[in-house]
Design a protein around this ligand. Structure first.
Ligand SMILES: NC(=O)c1ccc[n+]([C@@H]2O[C@H](COP(=O)([O-])OP(=O)(O)OC[C@H]3O[C@@H](n4cnc5c(N)ncnc54)[C@H](O)[C@@H]3O)[C@@H](O)[C@H]2O)c1
Ligand SMILES: O=CCc1c[nH]cn1
Length: 514
């Protein structure tokens, strides 16, 4: 399998301390002992705080880090550090920025096993998946390194030999605020385009997953970024609000829930700051009976069970054409039963624990509610994770559901797939779009005209045909409706981290009307 290929041989010839450490780490061992804030090119203790947080290892429930939440002064220090770096970085050519990003990508690739291990320890996702996350992360930096050298404006000829031109300029100090489900990858999706465009960044990860983004900060420094180019502050809502309200912040890129996104937008509006909002979803996946059956079943699993179902773009409303409903449901149940749940650091585990106990309880409440709301639950299967003392995953394909059920309407953010029967294309399109969200959608069909017609009709920013939840960095990603706006990934992300200046040049005399 592509993702399990051998690590570069160089790692075994020149073992570094962190590499040796990563191979010996198992669940229940890691304890953070270093400061988790990063500014001016090094780890620091915050100068002030608004409370304290603890981060856990989801598979054991052990506290792995205790840290102060950055206060207003620390947030300001980080922003001043970013401002200093911005003055240097904005003067660099695209090729110079590209070299730093490429070197950072190379270091991530070289340290990928260590980074994936830390991501697994702090988030609970399987090491198998964490490796994919890290691979996408370095690809993101490589991709934006490639674009950095070719960012250019336009030259426009005007009458009488006059002309104008446009310059694509950075915004300044950008703030990134991330969710806990893809801690390292979200930071790369934001910092890659931001730094390529010449900005500096202050990043705040979720307090649940504070560990790996600091490793990213160290990697940028090692790669040659000026001190202060990428800074990390730690904390929860209060720290996030200091960032969003700071007068010297030029832009906020946020990944998280709809209610928090709404608050971010409100704060940003006070300072007329542009925002990118990557929010939640309740995405539809439509499976027509003419689909390749095995691909459709595999697609539905990919759409629901990665990262224990804690994925924003998951296709959790699986609409299945009635004539294949029973066969499809049976096959899903069979395959779900085989998913290996357990210690996420073990090679054959495909699902680890949920992020924490409140999340588990939230998910189980949705499942309980679903059982109460519908009497004809065709399938319900719960597997317990024997190795996790703290909390378990439950896998629950629920069929057949109705559109008005709570578990079908609300984002669960857990491994729960709702299966909904449908009869016609027109009907399913209307039902699929009947949601306030619009992050992603999918369609499985062998009829190419129908597949494209349905994709065109779906109200979602990211549509998959005959696959689901693949995220090539070359493709823009983002939502319609309450799932947010702005785009990450793809060339278009450049537009969200830069501004256009127009220069108008007069080659003749000024003809005054006065
Ligand atoms: N669209 C995407 O790309 C994407 C990706 C991952 C997760 N998500 C969504 O994120 C949600 C789960 O993540 P979560 O629970 O971390 O979301 P969340 O909204 O609770 O928190 C996200 C981040 O915002 C911070 N925050 C919370 N309140 C804040 C405030 N008032 N001001 C500033 N910052 C604040 C948090 O500390 C965290 O860093 C789900 O809804 C999921 O769909 C979306
Ligand atoms: O959780 C949503 C999808 C995603 C993956 N990486 C960043 N966002």
């Amino acid at each position: 399998m592509k993702l399990l290929r051998a690590a570069p041989i160089i790692r075994f010839l020149i073992p570094k301390l962190h590499q040796t450490m990563s191979r010996s780490l198992s669940t229940g061992v890691f304890q953070n002992s270093q400061p988790l804030n990063y500014r001016a090119g090094g780890r620091v203790q915050p100068v002030d705080s608004v409370g304290q947080e603890q981060a856990y290892e989801p598979s054991t429930g052990r506290v792995i880090a205790t840290f102060a939440c950055s206060g207003e002064k620390e947030v300001n220090e980080a922003i001043q550090s970013a401002k200093t770096a911005f003055k240097i970085w904005r003067q660099k050519s695209g090729m110079e920025r590209s070299r730093v990003l490429l070197e950072a990508a190379r270091i991530i690739r070289e340290r990928s096993e260590e980074l994936a291990t830390m991501e697994t320890i702090n988030n609970g996702k399987s090491i198998f998946e964490a490796r994919v996350d890290i691979e996408i992360s370095w690809q993101t930096l490589e991709y934006y390194a490639g674009l950095a050298g070719s960012m250019a404006g336009q030259h426009v000829q005007l009458p009488g030999g006059s002309f104008g031109y446009t310059r694509r300029e950075p915004l300044g100090v950008c703030v990134g605020i991330g969710a806990w489900n893809y801690p390292f990858q979200i930071a790369c999706w934001k910092s890659g385009p931001a730094l390529a465009c010449g900005n500096a960044m202050v990043y705040k990860p979720s307090p649940f997953t504070p560990i790996t983004v600091v490793l990213l900060a160290e990697i940028f420094t090692e790669a040659g970024a000026p001190p202060g180019l990428f800074n990390v502050v730690q904390g929860a809502a209060a720290t996030g609000e200091f960032l969003c309200k700071h007068a010297e912040v030029a832009k906020i890129s946020f990944t998280g829930s709809v209610p928090t996104g709404s608050k971010i937008m409100e704060m940003a509006s006070k300072g007329i700051k542009p925002v990118t909002l990557e929010l939640g979803g309740k995405s539809p996946l439509i499976i027509f009976s003419d689909s390749n059956f095995d691909n459709a079943v595999n697609g539905a699993l990919m759409a629901n069970f990665l990262t224990q179902g804690q994925v924003c773009c998951n296709g959790t409303r699986v609409f299945v054409q009635r004539d294949i409903l029973q066969k499809f449901t049976e096959e899903v149940v069979k395959k779900v039963a085989k998913i290996k749940i357990g210690d996420p650091l073990l090679e054959d585990t495909r699902m680890g624990p949920l992020i924490n106990r409140p999340q588990l309880e939230k998910v189980l409440a949705f499942v309980k509610g679903a059982k109460e709301q519908v009497s004809c639950l065709a399938v319900k299967m719960v597997k317990r994770n024997q190795t996790a003392a703290h909390h378990e995953v439950s896998l629950s394909p629920i069929g057949e559901c109705r559109d008005d059920m709570t578990c079908v309407k609300e984002e669960i953010f857990g491994p729960v797939m709702s299966i909904l029967p449908f009869d016609t294309e027109e009907e399913v399109l209307e039902r699929a779009n009947n949601t306030t969200y619009g992050l992603a959608a999918g369609v499985f069909s062998r009829d190419i005209q129908r597949a494209h017609r349905v994709a065109a009709g779906l109200q979602a920013g990211m549509c998959f045909i005959n696959n689901y939840n693949v995220s090539p960095v070359e493709l823009p990603f983002g939502g319609y409706k309450k799932s947010g706006f702005g785009r990450e990934n793809g060339q278009v992300a450049i537009e969200y981290y830069s501004q256009l200046k127009t220069v108008c040049v007069e080659m003749g005399n000024v003809e005054s009307v006065f």
